[in-house]
Design a protein around this ligand. Sequence first.
Ligand SMILES: *Cc1c(COP(=O)(O)O)cnc(C)c1O
Length: 227
Amino acid sequence: MNQIENNLKVIHGRIGEAAHKAGRNAREIQLVAVTKKHSADTIRYAWDAGQRVFGESRVQEAIAKIPILPSAVEWQFIGHLQTNKIRKALPHFSLFHGVNNSEVARQMDRIASETGAFPRVLLEVNVAAEASKFGFTAEGVRTDLEELLALPRLQIAGLMTIAPYCEDAEKARPFFAALRHLRDDLEKRGGVPLPELSMGMSGDFEPAIAEGATIVRIGSAIFGERI
Ligand SMILES: *Cc1c(COP(=O)(O)O)cnc(C)c1O
């Protein structure tokens, strides 16, 4: 067994255990293998080991790799989409995790109406209000929700966050809980289901699962450190 196959097995085991502890079914949790800065050859090892969903954070880099990998790969965009890259990115990704302000959402909606797309998106929330991070503030997303839901082409499927880096992953848990509470609140206000919670990375996916993550985005624990 190669290293990537082995790592995937370990991660699936840990997801299963975290789900079990939380009284959840592991099948409710989608693993997105984050392949930014990794070659198509490396990605193929994961594909061969059965991984089907991959996350990329740069449009240019993703578009170079996508055509040389199996067409059945499901690609998700986990980065910050610059408005000048939206048109290029739209056809390639099944889900956009990083819609981090209303301007990006409006632009996506406008371009999607021209190209005929109905992009599925997650709203990125900076739950810890860190100055270094992108994303809506919790207040901002409450304020803008009505306008966002009215954008006819965007299918808003839920929320995404990147928790502050903590040596002890358990310390990230309140931020994941905060995202879930915010989601519950927005569902009530908006009267719409927002089923997806994209939260948890290599260092903190277990507490994220404990708090309801439906999508975990894991890179280095599968592919090793990025150079
Ligand atoms: C790089 C990245 C990840 C994966 O991070 P790891 O710590 O390598 O698992 C997850 N989410 C986003 C948004 C990323 O940019």
